[in-house]
Design a protein around this ligand. Sequence first.
Ligand code: ADP
Ligand code: MG
Length: 406
Amino acid sequence: MSIRTIKDLAPAEVRGKRALVRVDFNVPLDERGGVADDTRIRAALPTIRALQKAGARVVLCSHLGRPKGKPDPKYTLAPVAAALGALLGGGSAVRFVPHVTGAEAEAATRALKDGEVCLLENTRFEAGEEKNDEALAKAFARLGDLYVNDAFGAAHRAHASTEGVARRLRPAVAGLLMQRELEYLGGALEKPQRPFIAILGGSKISGKIDVIEALLPKVDGILIGGAMACTFYKAMGFETGTSLVEPDRVEMAKELMDRAAFRLTIPHDATVAPGIAEGKKAHTVKRDAIPAGEAMLDIGPDSALSYARAIASAKTIIWNGPMGVFETPPFDEGTLAVAKAMAAATKRGATTIIGGGDSAAAVEAAGLADEMSHVSTGGGASLEFLEGKPLPGVTALDTTSTKGDA
Ligand code: ADP
Ligand code: MG
């Protein structure tokens, strides 16, 4: 049983039909309200183009930022419509509809011709969106003849435009980006080429404990980095200085190390400094020699090298969470070493997957995003998926065994 996608639709289910497409256009804006980074818009293009080509009338909707359930001009999607129009090119002007739902919005969707595209206003201008309100979901359902969810980054939230509407509008299928995300992440979890390793870092062990638990039985090894290594150090009885340690998770870390045994690798050396702003004073120590007044801010060079070696001999690698405070050199070195090793692994045919917003940003900043098999567009969603949690925006869609004509 797998999720039905736009590729599984019959031509008659698409041509001349209004496809309500939930995309993730939650893009960063610049000071003048323009689109500062169009990565997420570009990620939705394949689905939009495929639907246009199939003769659908494309009705796009998305959230943007955190307006408080009411209209806020700061978060209008109008500039996104302009940016999308420019990216689509070929005379595909994108009509911006300054309504989320209602009679005017519906009229705008009915005015579209085959292959035309419009973008509705920010779904979070409606108080019912994040509450998954029934009435709002119904109002969304009136704006399409079929529903397509391509917003992987929002799929872990049961909102009116991601979950509620999908239960009311048939067919309800995944877009190409959603499909790609599920294929890569799901493929790694279900039938990984081995050796299969996970590299987990980031700031807090508390945020990653569920993913460690879920991955442990599936992987051949987990390599730990980031501040969460320090909670493990504490559990090993080492001095951790002023490092970010979660004292209430030390017991849990101990228990995990016992259970995981050799499958869990805690970095052997650390790059430490008196503070993040004191990069000039950065130096490397063995993990049992962290000075009392200093903090671990990156994995050390020996660990970086051994992680790179592990990556070099793996066939599937999932990475979530930077190895250090990558935003501030020289504490980006461990993260860069991992990113480069993963790029090299991709070249020799391994499957390399990046999940997590900051990890994706780090890989992007290093100019290596295109050298990975897959960089997930959903930080929170990819984490929940790896934790084995069902994503409401996905489970509400048709499966390939469902006939989409209910
Ligand atoms: P992701 O978004 O990829 O899931 P997280 O949000 O869990 O990653 O963690 C990213 C943050 O962790 C970054 O801002 C980074 O600076 C921080 N971080 C990594 N290592 C350390 C460390 N040793 N000490 C403090 N912060 C760290
Ligand atoms: Mg993050």
